[in-house]
Design a binder for this molecule. Sequence first.
Ligand SMILES: Cc1cc2nc3c(=O)[nH]c(=O)nc-3n(C[C@H](O)[C@H](O)[C@H](O)COP(=O)(O)OP(=O)(O)OC[C@H]3O[C@@H](n4cnc5c(N)ncnc54)[C@H](O)[C@@H]3O)c2cc1C
Length: 335
Amino acid sequence: MRYLILGGGPAGIAAAKTLRKARPDDEIAIATEEAEAPYLRPLLPDLILGDADAEALLDPQGKDLEEKRIRRFRGRAATRLHAEDKKVEFADGAAERYDLLLIATGGKPEVPPALKKDLPMIRTFDSWKDSLAIKELAQRPGAAVVYGPGFLAIEACRALRNAKREVTWIQPDLPRIGYPIAGELEASILDDVRNRGARIQDGDDIVEVRGKDAGSCVILTRRGLEIPCSLLVVATERIPSVAFLAGSGVAVGTGIRVDEFLRTSVPDVYAAGDCAEFQDKAKGALRINFGWRSAVRQGQLAGENMAGGKKRFSGNEEDYFWALFGSPLLDRVKK
Ligand SMILES: Cc1cc2nc3c(=O)[nH]c(=O)nc-3n(C[C@H](O)[C@H](O)[C@H](O)COP(=O)(O)OP(=O)(O)OC[C@H]3O[C@@H](n4cnc5c(N)ncnc54)[C@H](O)[C@@H]3O)c2cc1C
């Protein structure tokens, strides 16, 4: 039996390790787009702040994959799923066969058209590579602008506070996919972000970014502000990375539709983590259970079910946001 897992984040790794326990002799492979060793994405702000180094960033879950005979193909992005042939194609021209497939490709930041410019000071805030670039650019003179609706923008403001004296957070709207910070908690967090020196432009948006010279640009907002800066951090929502499923028959809404066993609409194909969307029966709505711990739990559950189990995903709201990896957001911004 050959198990193939797409995505080497917490969901993919948890699934691989669970499968290995249940299936000591089967073949298990992870193919993932990023080239780095598995790392703790929630610590990226600390990497920029200088509070965590490369060693601290490594995900302990991912340290013994080789020992457990779990193959890991790095730098391999899936471009197409041929479900009828049980085969996945990759950007490097390779193809991998599977008996059972798990899609755990997480999300990628949504970049609005006005920000899709080939300027070196525009950086998404999503990966280890992004964070090293942000850290380097943050050391340069000039102001910073953070763009995004919610949690990741708050984290980006926090990450920049040691290096940048002037930070403007442009908060265009509320996030589309759930924003559980509300009421007093939200007011407190925003106060702390302001007290740390960030100016918040809520309800505004970026309409244009103009390159000024090699190291800076000017941001024009809908309300008519012109903000010169040497760094623009795009900290937008992570939208499920599912484009490669077009034409595969796997049903996709915002994320990959899964049932309570984390099975997709196509036989022998499962999905888990930030890319999976399920029916929250209690609320009668579709939801993605974002977050590190939720991804690990979903990965474990998918692994058990792929090995023949029949475990149901409860999709508890507590597994979402409130069970975020790391300290509570309010404590982080106050620190
Ligand atoms: C800056 C930042 C801070 C965060 N802070 C927190 C926090 O404090 N607490 C918390 O709980 N959560 C936090 N999160 C969210 C958390 O990291 C995610 O919820 C979690 O990583 C989701 O895990 P996953 O395995 O589903 O997907 P991911 O971790 O996104 O991993 C998916 C992997 O799949 C790869 N991939 C994508 N597309 C393809 C493809 N086509 N082919 C092959 N591989 C592909 C990606 O490169 C990636 O390596 C943060 C996220 C970011 C970006």
